[in-house]
Write a protein that binds this ligand. Structure first.
Ligand code: AMP
Ligand code: MN
Ligand code: MN
Ligand code: MN
Length: 282
């Protein structure tokens, strides 16, 4: 007999991107893809944008997919970029919306700085070509990578990162200096729960414990970048510090080569119930 945590209930993916940030599919397309992958609940987590949530919720109603309002925000600590996921946010919250406008403006300034560095490297890319790739309100390096490929400056999306715009490459530019604590506060005042996104990528224990002190609600334990050992390690931290766990595919689609990961990085409905319980007790 399978219990509540059985495989059949692991139909929740809490980390998905749409065209409103750097994903290839619209919210309606994501809902359809999620449905065809056997998912029942999804979290829309665009970078610095809430614009896809209402559309996804609308499609979710017709397709019987539960859509959780989410977001992925960037912060930095000691030159490390720390991504934080927010769930169950009030996406009409004024302070949140004002901050998103600011983050989106910072993104545009950074994209211009990156284009400037590329020009210095004798790559004649202009910002308008980059902005043609942007369908939503958050310009990011994936749009620059796509523009580099489209104009024949690199053969592939990955080459663009490896050669020019990836971390430590010659046209890399850091993001803004909002602390992880600021981001946790921003999400909390918008009524949401905050989670450390994909800590396996670059987050050390110091940062994790700093965020636990700052009131983070949980850790994204299940992510394509996490090995079984890392998953076990994060499960241990979650249990020891009474945190919540979350997980998802970090699906972007198309150029980012994750076309087949939908439905493979999942958590159970019981996990979402625990999130709702925590919100209720806040
Ligand atoms: P940005 O938010 O502008 O720094 O862009 C970061 C986004 O680019 C991430 O959310 C991923 O979607 C993608 N990305 C980051 N690093 C890489 C990489 N090394 N190769 C491919 N895609 C990447
Ligand atoms: Mn992304
Ligand atoms: Mn991220
Ligand atoms: Mn993401």
């Amino acid at each position: 007999m399978k219990n509540r945590e059985g495989r059949e209930n692991r139909t929740v993916d809490l980390h998905l991107h749409t065209t409103y940030s750097d994903g290839a599919y619209t919210p309606a397309e994501i809902v359809m893809k999620a449905k065809h992958s056997g998912l029942t609940t999804i979290g829309i987590t665009d970078h610095d944008s809430i614009s896809g949530i209402a559309e996804a919720k609308e499609s979710g109603k017709t397709e019987n997919i539960d859509v959780i309002a989410g977001i992925e925000l960037s912060s930095s600590f000691d030159h490390t970029e720390v991504h934080i996921l927010g769930y169950f946010i009030d996406y009409n919250n004024k302070e949140l919306l004002d901050s998103l406008t600011e983050f989106q403006e910072e993104r545009l300034k950074r994209a211009k700085r990156i284009v400037g560095k590329l020009n210095q490297l004798k790559i004649p890319l202009d910002i308008d070509t980059v902005l043609e790739q942007v369908k939503g309100d958050s310009v990011g390096r994936p749009h620059i990578a796509n523009a580099l490929v489209k104009n024949g400056h690199t053969y592939s999306y990955n080459e663009a990162f490896n050669k020019y715009i990836g971390y430590g490459r010659p046209a890399y530019e850091h993001k803004w200096n909002f602390s992880p604590e600021d981001i946790v506060r921003l999400i909390a005042q918008a009524g949401g729960l905050s989670f450390i996104a994909h800590p396996g990528r670059s987050i050390n224990e110091d940062i994790i414990f700093r965020l636990i002190k700052a009131g983070i609600d949980g850790i994204e334990v299940y992510h394509p970048g996490h090995t079984p050992d890392l998953i076990y390690y994060y499960q241990g931290i979650v249990n020891e510090y009474c945190l919540l766990e979350s997980g998802g595919s970090d699906f972007h689609g198309a150029s980012q080569g994750d076309e087949h990961t939908l439905g493979q990085y999942v958590v159970s409905k019981a996990t979402v119930d625990m999130m709702r319980q925590r919100l209720f007790n806040h």
